[in-house]
Design a protein around this ligand. Structure first.
Ligand code: FES
Length: 111
C-alpha cells in the first residue's frame, strides 16, 4: 500500500477533449509543470515531458507495439505505468497517477 500524498489537478473533462487526434502522445502544462499524456488501449498515462537520459522532448517520440514510450533521440524505452527503462540503460522516467472521476480527469503530483 502506498502512503504517498498527491495534489490532484484537473486535466480535462474527458479523453476526447484532450485532442490526441492521430498522435499517441501529447504535451500539456498543468500547475506550472509540463507533462506528457499518452493514450494506449484506451487508457491514459501521464509522465515527464523531458527524457531522463539527455532531455529530448518525449512528445516527439512514439509508443511501440507493447505500449512503451520511446524517446525520439536515442530510442530508449520506458513503460507507461511506472516509467521503467525496459531497454536497460538505467534511466527511469517519472510517471504520474491519473484518476478518471465523475467531474473529469485528474493527474496527481506528489506534494
Ligand atoms: S535523450 Fe532520450 S534516450 Fe537519449
Amino acid at each position: 500500500m502506498s502512503n504517498k500524498i498527491y495534489n490532484w489537478h484537473f486535466v480535462a473533462s474527458d479523453i476526447q477533449s484532450l485532442g490526441f487526434g492521430n498522435f499517441p502522445i501529447i504535451e500539456l502544462a498543468i500547475a506550472e509543470k509540463t507533462i506528457c499524456l499518452a493514450l494506449y488501449k484506451e487508457t491514459l498515462f501521464a509522465f515527464q515531458a523531458i527524457c531522463p537520459h539527455a532531455g529530448a522532448k518525449m512528445v516527439n517520440g512514439y509508443l511501440d507495439a507493447q505500449g512503451n514510450a520511446v524517446c525520439p533521440l536515442h530510442k530508449y524505452k520506458f513503460t507507461l505505468k511506472i516509467g521503467y527503462n525496459v531497454t536497460g540503460e538505467g534511466y527511469n522516467m517519472r510517471t504520474y497517477p491519473i484518476e478518471i472521476r465523475d467531474d473529469g480527469i485528474f493527474v496527481g503530483f506528489l506534494s
